[in-house]
Design a protein around this ligand. Structure first.
Ligand SMILES: CC(=O)N[C@@H](CCC[C@H](N)C(=O)O)C(=O)O
Length: 374
């Protein structure tokens, strides 16, 4: 394997991060490389900004799939790296440049070393939102080429290079985006009694929402409500007529998600009376939990344990979300964390994963896929 080439491709991809369903340059870059490979056993189909790549098996009995997400985040990169993002305000701050490069490495290997079984590689747009996995699953391409086993990984800044971490069963939470709009009556900053101030209402609501996790969710069943953005008003001496809260809900159980939403709706309704305003709630994109099929997880962990350069960790479930959960709902498979040893974590402007992890992942997955395709 030409490891320098994969390092270069990771850096090229890192420089062109694009948001969900706008991954045009990324798709073009991936297609250019894929078309440079020997096309004898390779079939390539595009869907929106995503790509399906099938490698024909020699004596196929099943199809093994690998999914890589391809979108970036709306973050201004502050790593100072020589290959920093060329797209202002956008960054691969969730490692999808790694996920794509690992997929390219696997495809390169298996084009030269075809397996008995078919292999399917899925380059999926919009993982950060609004979600590409669920619509991709519904395509005719996926229905025709549907894998019998599917694998995905996610970089993990908190683990050293060489570590892979996963567990049987639930790995990632159920998620739902949350957008709340408040509309009252604006006016002069010196005449609050003639207005219904939506900045005050929004601040009160943020605080009230935090009580849901502590008072309405079973303490043994974790949940998170994060408001990541709050906006409203125009200038310092005008009372705000509108305000908007943008956030995300995370729960370990489907039941808790329903309970949290019920409580959010009740508290938001209460704002209408308490703060004399109109309200609307929009849940945006929702992701199904990531659940590793137990038998496959055990098999994968036992396989990885035998690798000398791999340290296996049985981790706890995390409150991160991943629309790969939809794929695992329909197709048996597994997701795992790949240690990349970065001081700054996921969604941070200084995330700087160690590229040595790319080789670890490609070696582990080529060997695992070879073992599964025997
Ligand atoms: C692995 C990871 O960081 N995934 C994202 C998924 C975002 C889901 C959606 N946009 C939401 O915010 O609910 C995450 O934030 O966990």
């Amino acid at each position: 394997m030409n490891w320098d080439l994969f390092k270069k491709m990771r850096r090229d991809l890192h420089q062109i991060p694009e948001l969900g369903f706008k991954e045009f340059k990324t798709q073009a870059y991936l297609l250019e490389y894929l078309k440079s490979l020997s096309l004898d056993r390779l079939e390539i189909k595009t869907w929106k900004t995503g790509i399906f790549v099938k490698i024909q098996g020699m004596n196929p009995k099943k199809t093994i799939g690998y999914r890589a997400d391809i979108d970036g985040l709306p973050i201004t990169e502050a790593t100072g790296l020589e290959f920093e993002s060329l797209h202002p305000g956008q960054m691969h701050a969730c490692g999808h440049d790694f996920h794509m490069t690992i997929a390219l490495g696997l495809i390169t290997y298996f084009v030269e070393n075809p397996m008995e079984d078919h292999l399917l590689f899925i380059f999926q747009p919009a993982e950060e939102g609004p979600g590409g996995a669920e619509p991709m699953l519904k395509t005719n391409i996926m229905q025709e080429w549907k894998p019998d086993l599917i694998i995905a990984l996610h970089i993990a800044p908190e683990y050293p290079v060489g570590t892979i971490a996963t567990k049987e069963g639930l790995l990632f939470a159920n998620t739902s985006e949350l957008f709340i709009d408040l509309e009252g009556k604006g006016g002069h900053a010196a005449y609050p009694h003639q207005t219904n101030d939506m900045v005050v209402a929004a601040c009160a609501l943020v605080t009230q929402l935090q009580s849901i996790v502590s008072r309405n969710v079973d303490p043994l069943d974790s949940a998170v409500i994060t408001i990541g953005k709050i906006s409203g008003g125009t200038v310092q001496n005008i009372i705000a007529e509108t305000a908007r809260l943008e956030g995300t809900i995370r729960t370990l159980s489907v039941e808790s998600m329903a309970r949290v939403k019920e409580r959010i709706e009740a508290l938001v309704k209460g704002m209408e009376v308490g703060y004399q305003c109109q309200t609307t709630i929009d849940y945006g994109a929702m992701y199904h939990q990531v659940y590793n099929q137990e038998e496959i997880a055990r098999d994968f962990l036992a396989f990885a344990e035998k690798k000398e350069d791999v340290e296996v960790v049985i981790c706890k479930e995390a409150m991160t979300g991943e629309d790969f959960g939809y794929m695992l709902k329909e197709i048996p498979g597994i997701m795992f964390w790949l240690g990349v040893n970065s001081e700054n974590g996921l969604h941070h402007s200084k995330l700087n994963p160690d590229e040595a992890a790319i080789r670890i992942a490609i070696n582990l997955l080529t060997e695992y896929i070879e073992y599964k395709s025997l």
